[in-house]
Design a protein around this ligand. Structure first.
Ligand code: HEM
Length: 336
């Protein structure tokens, strides 16, 4: 379904469901317009490349942003776990991608943006779309940060980056916080945020790498659980079939192709010497022509967010308390 045969690229773009409600903020979004889509994706790729680990200076700048943004949002009193991760993630995205100085972001503006993005309608749940005043207020803030010229495109890039990355960061933190080995792996990565460290299995290959932990979270809790497309049945068949098809990524990831005990969190299943190492590609970033442009970059970048938070929330100055896996994390979200 995600890589259909004999369907041209433009038709694939048009097959996205409830267009203006899915992966885009407006119906005129470049993400949804076949004539602008490829250009938009190319520009987003360039943005990502500029701060990828292969670009030493760019990645170093991104690491600094992650440190500063975490510092800014460390609360002076108890704060909601999800709200904290959302603010930090949003701040890292806008400062990392667009070179905005973290010190110039007002926490009130950041809270406005995260609240607005959180109730971005889902193509499947059919929530109410943003009303024009809210979109205007979002655009006004983004204009102030990145300039009028880049604002519209920036909003459309921030949305998919934010909504997936904050969830991946939150769930990973909740898992790693209760486990000394995972905790240590993230602290090592915070100190030395290189690709080699990201991929290194620990304690003589008996404990998972940061990459394996992130992959296991993506497998069990893909931030986007369902990807929908308009169904391609011929007109006469449409009476008998639903108007859309849904790829249930969450269900596939819990099937036995990913190894034994698929319901259990076991990051070591990604170790090449595991009894049944995972060979199947994860589908958390989609598949085929419309899959995520940030597939290579996002896992390591999100791991960095987790690592920098863990470094500061050290059980001395700051503590994570209560049940981090709170139902609130799953309310009003894109079913992830
Ligand atoms: C954990 C992180 C992420 C996950 C799990 C994720 C997941 C996905 C998925 C499943 C799709 C495909 C949707 C479809 O087939 O309709 C997608 C598309 C997309 N993602 Fe991501 N994403 C992540 C991070 C990011 C980031 C950081 C950015 C931007 C910098 C981004 C930008 C995009 C864009 C622009 C598309 C549309 C691609 C196209 O139309 O060709 N994503 N993402």
């Amino acid at each position: 379904m995600l890589r259909p045969r004999n369907v041209d690229h433009r038709a694939e773009i048009r097959s996205r469901v409830h267009l203006h409600e899915h992966f885009a903020l407006t119906s005129s979004s470049a993400i949804l317009d076949p004539s602008k889509h490829d250009r938009f994706v190319q520009d987003t790729r360039k943005l990502i490349d500029s701060i990828s680990p292969q670009q030493c200076a760019g990645w170093q700048r991104f690491v600094k942003c992650a440190e500063k943004c975490t510092e800014i949002f460390l609360p002076s009193r108890e704060v909601d776990f999800a709200a904290f991760i959302q603010s930090v993630t949003f701040c890292i995205i806008i400062t990392g991608f667009y070179g905005v100085d973290p010190g110039t972001l007002s926490p009130v503006d950041v809270a406005f943006m995260t609240n607005a993005l959180n109730h971005h309608p889902d193509g499947i749940l059919r929530q109410t779309p943003h009303y024009p005043g809210e979109l205007y207020a979002m655009r006004e803030r983004v204009c102030r940060w990145v300039g009028r010229e880049r604002a519209s495109q920036a909003l459309e890039t921030i949305l998919p980056a934010y909504e997936s990355m904050w969830r991946l960061a939150a769930v990973t933190l909740a898992y790693a916080n209760g486990n000394q080995h995972m905790h240590n792996a993230f602290l090592d990565f915070s100190e030395n945020p290189t690709q080699k460290q990201f991929r290194s299995f620990k304690v003589k290959n008996t404990r998972p790498s940061v990459e394996a932990i992130i992959n296991e979270v993506l497998r069990l809790h893909p931030p986007i659980q369902h990807i929908a497309r308009k169904s391609r049945h011929p007109l006469w068949k449409r009476l008998f079939y639903p108007a859309q098809e849904i790829a249930d990524i969450g269900a596939v990831h819990r099937s036995c192709v990913y190894g034994t005990r698929p319901e259990t969190f076991d990051a070591m299943r990604f170790h090449p010497q595991h009894e049944r190492p995972v060979k199947m590609q994860l589908l958390a970033f989609g598949h085929g022509g419309l899959s995520c442009v940030a597939e290579e970059w996002a896992p390591m970048a999100t791991a960095l967010i987790v690592a920098k938070i863990m470094d500061r929330v050290d059980d001395v100055g700051f503590v994570l308390i209560g049940k981090a896996f709170d139902a609130r994390m799953y309310r009003n979200t894109r079913t992830g």
